[in-house]
Design a protein around this ligand. Sequence first.
Ligand SMILES: [Mn+2]
Length: 310
Amino acid sequence: MYKEVFSKIKGAQNIAIITHESPDGDAIGSSSAMYMAIKQLNINADLIIKEYSNVFNIIPVLKESITEPRDIIYDICIYVDCSNSRRVNESNIKSKYIINIDHHISNEEFGDINIVETSPSCTQILYKIFKDNNINIDREIATSIAIGIITDTNGFRNSTTNKDTFLVVADLIDCGINLSDIYVKVLYTNSIPQYELRKIAMNRLELLENNKVAFTYITSIDKEKVHAGLGDHEGIADIGRSIEGVEVSIFIHEVDNIYKVSLRSNNYVDVSKIGLKFNGGGHKNAAGFVSELELNELKNKILEEIRKEL
Ligand SMILES: [Mn+2]
């Protein structure tokens, strides 16, 4: 199956690469790594990313990305770190063939080739695919792979982190990455607005259900006040999870009059199940969805579902 991916790619004239909206480190790492791998084979590719956080400027090749697909029929469209086919329809990309590479258990297998595996990050799957196809993992590709692993494992803290993760990262160090530098830049450094948002979220944080659930939220007004940019809310969902005894952390933030909900769990609650109930998705310990409900009603509906799992 891994070999099939690149035999298809090698037979293509033009390829589109796309990932999920509001791209996180794994989405950006996966799509940029795939783009660089294809470029190495001298095949035309478009890396299509609408917007991304400044944090990812450490990936120089992102400058070559375009915000909209070209008005052509691509030979192949490659979806990375993207669990649902909704994205396929919304992206306006016309293609003859779809390759879907992902690690979300809720993936709808919408591709002609589907490589959907349980893995700490999508980039960790890409690493294996590249190795199998003799792609030269240079320092830049290795950096993108590492960014996906570091962000999606939350700095090797998530229980999804496995032995392979460390073996892959050890090899990436041999490929020339500066691990501590990447780690600090993508995970540890807060922009000023990000820090201000964290303060607001922490002040509002409530412990509910016998301190097993943490809840907090950020509104559009908060974001305006601190001049927040894309991605400045990242990491807030994990604040609640770091509190002793908390099993589930709920973080809601307002975007264009709707609410985006992030759910995080520590051990036994499978938040991807809760995400699915609200037409979202994710992983056992990290999931999300969007909602048009009013904030309090939304909070209560989520709590109702979580209560069943506690
Ligand atoms: Mn991911």
